[in-house]
Ligand binder design. Structure first.
Ligand code: DC
Length: 219
C-alpha cells in the first residue's frame, strides 16, 4: 500500500508522514531529502545549478539511502555518509528547487523512489508523489497551509534544530521562491492530484492532521 502526501514547503508533510508511518508500521520515504542530497553534493563538487549535464551525471553516480531510526526519524546517507543534518541548512534549501527542476534528475529520483516504495507498505512525502511517482497510490493527500503559517513553522523548526543563519525574512523569501519554482516547472510540478484529499492545516495541530489522515485511511 502506498500513501502519497504532497504539498508545499511548511505544510506539515514530513512531520505528519513520519508519525503516520510509525503508527501504521509503514516505511517513511522523504523524497525531498533525496533532492537535498543532490543539492549538497553539487555544492561540495562546485557544480552550479546551471550545469545541467554535470548535475545529471552526478545524480546518476550518487548513492542515496534512507534508514529509519528507532524514533521514527530518518538517517539520510549520501554515498554512505550521514548527511541528515547538513541537508537542512539554508544554503541547501536555497538551491534545491533548481536542482529538482531538471527533468533527467527527476527521472533518476523517480526510479529510486518507485523501487523503495515497492519494497514495503510506504508513506511518501513530496511534491509529485500522487501525480507522477505513484499515480495509483491507494491514498493521496495534499496538505496545505497559508503562507504566513508555513513560514512560521519552518522558522520554528530550524530554530529548534539550532540551525545557524536562520531569519524570518530569509525563510519567507526562500519559501516564496521555492513555491514558485516547484509549482511552475515543466516536469512534475507541485500540483494536487485530482483524487487527492485536500487538507488545509493552517489551524490544525499535528495530532489533528494525523487523526484526519487515519480517519481517511481506515474509514
Ligand atoms: O520537502 P523538502 O523541503 O525537503 O523538499 C526540498 C525540495 O525538493 C523542494 O523545494 C522541491 C523538491 N522536491 C521535489 O521537487 N519533488 C519531491 N517529490 C520532493 C521534493
Amino acid at each position: 500500500m502506498i500513501i502519497a502526501i504532497d504539498g508545499p514547503a511548511g505544510a506539515g508533510k514530513s512531520t505528519v508522514a513520519k508519525i503516520l508511518a510509525q503508527k501504521l508500521k509503514f516505511t517513511y520515504i522523504d523524497t525531498g531529502a533525496m533532492y537535498r542530497v543532490l543539492a549538497l553534493k553539487s555544492l561540495e563538487k562546485g557544480i552550479s545549478t546551471s550545469e545541467r549535464n554535470s548535475l545529471i551525471r552526478m545524480a546518476r553516480n550518487t548513492r542515496i539511502n534512507l534508514v529509519a531510526r528507532k524514533n521514527g526519524s530518518l538517517k539520510v546517507l549520501m554515498d554512505g555518509r550521514d548527511v541528515s543534518r547538513v541537508i537542512r541548512q539554508p544554503r541547501i534549501t536555497a538551491i534545491v528547487s533548481d536542482v529538482a527542476k531538471i527533468k533527467e534528475v527527476r527521472k533518476i529520483m523517480l526510479v529510486l523512489q518507485r523501487r523503495l516504495g515497492k519494497v514495503k507498505n510506504s508513506v511518501l512525502d513530496g511534491r509529485d508523489i500522487g501525480t507522477v511517482v505513484f499515480p495509483r497510490a491507494e491514498k493521496k493527500f495534499f496538505l496545505d497551509a497559508n503562507f504566513k503559517e508555513r513560514v512560521n513553522r519552518r522558522f520554528k523548526e530550524l530554530k529548534m534544530a539550532k540551525m545557524s543563519g536562520v531569519t524570518l525574512r530569509g525563510i519567507s523569501a526562500d519559501v516564496k521562491n521555492r513555491d514558485t519554482i516547484d509549482s511552475t516547472r515543466k516536469f512534475a510540478p507541485l500540483k494536487k492530484a485530482k483524487d487527492a484529499v485536500y487538507i488545509d492545516t493552517t489551524n490544525l495541530s499535528i495530532e489533528e492532521v494525523v487523526k484526519r489522515l487515519l480517519w481517511e485511511i481506515n474509514g
